[in-house]
Design a protein around this ligand. Structure first.
Ligand SMILES: [Zn+2]
Length: 320
């Protein structure tokens, strides 16, 4: 049997994207199914499995597929189940053994992890973390996800859920309410939604400051609006990124004391803000980091294409 390909599956909140990937990380062809059009996990797995089977058949690659790697919200690597994922209708209140169901339909081994861990594996196989054994990938999207690799191994913990760094509590008094039900979590500040929240707060807090953001009434301000304004030199927008970067930098100082990574790699929509975030992050780290770690950890922006990275990351699981 000549194994040359794997299947990477990225399950998003709306669509699930499937890609056939070769050993060099080229995505040869894609397919997709809806994530939400099903009433049970079994129905979803049936549709996903069929789409994978079709993709293999169309490309005449039967017997050349090593396996399936899948990234999904609340995907548990230890047992291959999606555990109570709030945004997935058929997994809101139940645990769905998705990997086993997909294997049953396709006859291929299937491994599951959460989306941030998949991003970390993608960076290790094809991106900025190539050759690194100790690093952290921070995904800055709607929320803040993280994948921690130490000694070349993804840290998953005894229950498969290690590394929810977005829910580190950064503000102890009057912190923002988080989707997890607690207050002050990192992701309520450092994420696309966090930046938009900061923008709304700052507009009220500094009524005397002129800003193009004041002109935006509806739809509500997004992190992209803040980024565009910062590029145009808008002072309030720059202050918003400074605030966001400062909180991230402080959080990174703590993360570094835990696993001493060679690099922290920023990935996802908000990471495109680049230097607007990196500068205040570095500055805060210089000020706050424990002296033995000073200047040792690089902060990088992912070079992987957003649209491909999720598939590649998930597919990297299938090679292992
Ligand atoms: Zn939280």
């Amino acid at each position: 049997m000549d194994v040359q390909y794997v299947i990477g599956v990225d399950m998003g909140g709306t669509n699930t994207v499937i890609g056939m990937v070769d050993a060099r990380g080229n995505i040869l062809c894609r397919s997709q199914v809806s994530t939400t059009d099903y009433s049970t996990g079994a129905e979803y797995a049936e549709a996903l499995g069929s789409a994978i089977n079709d993709l293999i058949e169309q490309n005449d690659l039967k017997d050349k597929i090593k396996g399936i790697g899948m990234g999904a919200p609340n995907g548990n690597m230890n047992d291959g189940t999606i555990e109570k994922a709030a945004n997935i209708p058929w997994a809101k209140t139940v645990n769905v053994p998705i990997a086993a169901l997909v294997t049953k339909k396709t006859g291929l081994p299937c491994r599951l992890t959460n989306d941030a861990n998949a991003a970390a594996l993608g960076e290790m196989a094809y991106g900025s973390a190539k050759g690194l054994k100790d690093f952290i990938v921070i995904t800055l999207g709607t929320g803040l996800g993280s994948g921690i690799v130490a000694g070349g191994q993804l840290i998953v913990g005894h229950d498969g859920f290690a590394g929810e760094l977005g829910h580190s509590i950064m503000v102890r008094q009057n912190g923002r309410l988080c989707g997890c039900g607690r207050t002050g979590c990192l992701e309520t500040y450092a994420s696309a939604t966090g930046v938009a929240r900061t923008a709304r707060e700052f507009l009220e807090l500094y009524p005397e400051k002129k800003s193009v953001l004041r002109e935006i009434a509806y739809p509500p301000i997004t992190s992209k609006d803040v980024f565009e304004a910062a590029k145009a030199g808008d002072e309030l927008a720059l202050r918003i990124f400074e605030f966001t970067g400062k909180i991230l930098g402080a959080a990174f100082c703590d993360f570094i004391t835990f696993s001493s990574p060679q690099a922290i790699i920023l990935f996802g929509g908000l990471a495109h803000a680049g230097e607007f975030l990196l500068e205040p992050i570095r500055k805060e780290m210089e000020n706050q980091i424990l002296n033995i770690y000073q200047g040792k950890t690089k902060i990088l922006i992912s070079q992987l294409n957003d649209a491909e990275a999720a598939i590649l990351g998930a597919s990297a699981l299938a090679w292992e």
